[in-house]
Design a protein around this ligand. Structure first.
Ligand SMILES: Cc1cc2nc3c(=O)[nH]c(=O)nc-3n(C[C@H](O)[C@H](O)[C@H](O)COP(=O)(O)O)c2cc1C
Length: 216
């Protein structure tokens, strides 16, 4: 009787162990193979010049025969590596394509604290939980088209991962602005690179994505 009882207890214990194992295996599997949906948002302006123009500071990259801005180049690496969807922030009034005109235009926009009207919109933002957000530094801060984007959406509870290309200013005050405009979002460690080395940055970009656990 005692023997039968302890056998039943051992059997029960083993069943419990097996159940706990499978339950935790399920949680683990979900953690590894997340159903995370990623959007790679970027603002970038390929200027009218061939390659980096050391005199004016204008820059453009040629990727597979296409002329792309520096930030767009990084955005496309992130898109390929993570399997996310790509989304360009574009404005109704296009920005000038020549460097000097673009500098003046952006300076005026900053002085008047304008919010450019956007011509591209994310229809299904609710589906995304992770937003990579890419931009250049303009006049020591976030381009105002990116502020227009952040003010258009409530990204509460979503993860924002910033990336930027600059000409020496690093992040400037952009992380503070993003935090202010999206106070309920989780802002993760971003990636910043100088326009002087962005053309050779693919390995650094993928290493950063690996550290974040974002490589598909
Ligand atoms: C209007 C304008 C203002 C800029 N202001 C700064 C700045 O204040 N600090 C800085 O480090 N780089 C500045 N830059 C350099 C850009 O951040 C850099 O060229 C960037 O790679 C441009 O990205 P894109 O090619 O994707 O547009 C400026 C560039 C432009 C066009």
């Amino acid at each position: 009787m005692v023997k039968q009882c302890s056998f039943t207890m051992v059997k029960g214990f083993m069943v419990a162990v097996v159940l706990v194992f499978f339950a935790s295996a399920t949680v683990f599997a979900q953690g590894q193979n997340t159903t995370r949906k990623i959007l790679v948002v970027y603002f970038s302006n390929a200027e009218n010049t061939d390659g980096t123009d050391a005199v004016s500071g204008a820059s453009v990259q040629i990727v597979s025969g296409r002329k792309v801005g520096n930030v767009q180049m990084v955005a496309e690496i992130i898109q390929r590596t993570t399997g996310g969807d790509l989304f360009p922030i574009q404005t109704q009034n296009p920005y000038p394509k020549t460097h000097k005109e673009l500098l003046d235009y952006a300076e005026r926009e900053k002085e008047t604290n304008t919010r450019p009207i956007l011509s591209t919109h994310v229809r299904n933002m609710a589906e995304y939980d992770t937003i990579f957000l890419g931009y250049p530094i303009w006049w020591y801060t976030l381009p105002l088209a990116v502020s227009s984007f952040l003010e258009e959406y409530n990204l509460s509870g979503k993860t924002i991962i910033p990336f930027c290309v600059h000409g020496g200013s690093g992040w400037a005050n952009t992380i503070e602005i993003i935090t202010k405009l999206e106070p309920q979002a989780v802002i993760k460690d971003g990636f910043t690179v100088s326009r002087n080395t962005v053309a050779r940055s693919e390995r650094d970009v993928t290493a950063w994505l690996r550290r974040l656990g974002m490589v598909r």
